[in-house]
Design a protein around this ligand. Structure first.
Ligand SMILES: [Zn+2]
Length: 314
């Protein structure tokens, strides 16, 4: 069927729902995939756990090194440490060597983690979830059933493949960079005369910061993926406008709460940050879980639907 014929057939099928008007706001919003966000966070937590395991394995060695190279006053009662006192260059060389070995171990662990496959799975599930949601919203609002395999085509998958690659990059960088920072954390602590226990705590604190950073990425990226898929589905259906809808819980930021219930164009997103003037559609702002309530336009509607399935609607 060509586009024009499809549009006409669709218009006939949904006309009565519009009650003579041109626009019809979706009766329910696309639900935010909270469970996928949780699953992504689980992945990043497990991935960061590999770094934690590695650090734990090497901390005794690092502490011994710190003790060995304490300054003379601190090591006066330790004859075995003789000759190493205050040899900063030697300490530095030894520390780098330990961290290099830790890096090799971390690499082995992460290679077995299969991050690419896990994120691919997640992307797949996000895609399927979004199709299910979109079908539900269309059925509830327009009373028609979209073809099951319509969104399986290449067109809807290209950008999300890109998402997987980008996310693999984002996630793998974090433990690598954290381990690199450890040299400064440890040698800086030693230089400042901190105890091995204190430095151990600093290592843990530095790890914790990175872990929350990974969690931030999981939340942020799941929102972006979801927004990307839904926007593509909606614009493909000829939808150009939406009503902004927040999830309505305590985590919604002030500036987004302000947009709730208002109508915008995908091509002209509202300002989401009054300070910087940054603009975004729902889900595009960092860690945004807001969704777009599609505004169906009977004149531009292009939906591939199954005529026989109409009787399923209420
Ligand atoms: Zn938001």
């Amino acid at each position: 069927m060509n586009v024009q014929a499809m549009q006409e057939a669709t218009r006939d099928a949904v006309k009565k729902k519009f009650h003579g008007k041109r626009y019809l706001v979706s009766r329910s919003p696309m639900k935010y995939p909270q469970h996928l966000e949780r699953d992504y966070t689980r992945i990043t937590n497990a991935y960061m756990g590999l770094l934690n395991d590695t650090l734990r394995e090497y901390i005794p060695e690092i502490k011994a090194l710190l003790d060995d190279y304490r300054d003379e006053a601190a090591n006066a009662d330790r004859p075995d440490a003789k000759g190493k006192n205050g040899d900063w260059q030697e300490f530095s060389r030894m520390l780098r060597r330990v961290l290099e070995r830790a890096e090799v171990d971390l690499k082995k662990k992460t290679a077995n983690f299969d991050l690419v496959r896990r994120l691919n799975d997640l992307e797949n599930r996000a895609h399927k979830y979004s199709i299910r949601e979109w079908k539900r919203v269309v059925r509830q609002t327009l009373g028609i059933n979209i073809f099951d395999d319509y969104y399986d085509g290449k067109f809807f998958r290209e950008n999300t493949r890109q998402w997987v690659l980008q996310n693999v990059d984002l996630i793998t960088t974090i433990p690598k960079e954290t381990l690199k920072r450890m040299y400064n954390v440890i040698s800086g602590g030693q230089y400042a005369g901190k105890t091995a226990a204190e430095i151990g705590r600093q290592i843990q604190a530095s790890y914790n910061v990175s872990k929350s950073h990974a969690r931030f990425i999981a939340r942020d990226q799941m929102a972006k993926l979801n927004a990307q898929i839904t926007q593509r589905q909606q614009t493909d259906a000829g939808i150009t406008e939406y009503v902004w809808r927040t999830v309505g819980d305590g985590r919604v930021r002030e500036s987004h709460r302000h947009l709730n219930g208002k109508r915008f164009k995908y091509s002209d997103p509202p300002i989401v940050d009054p300070k910087t003037g940054r603009r975004a559609n729902p889900g595009e702002d960092y860690q945004c879980r807001c969704v777009a309530l599609p505004v169906f336009d009977i004149d531009g509607l292009t939906l591939p639907w199954e005529a026989e399935a109409k009787q399923q609607t209420k």
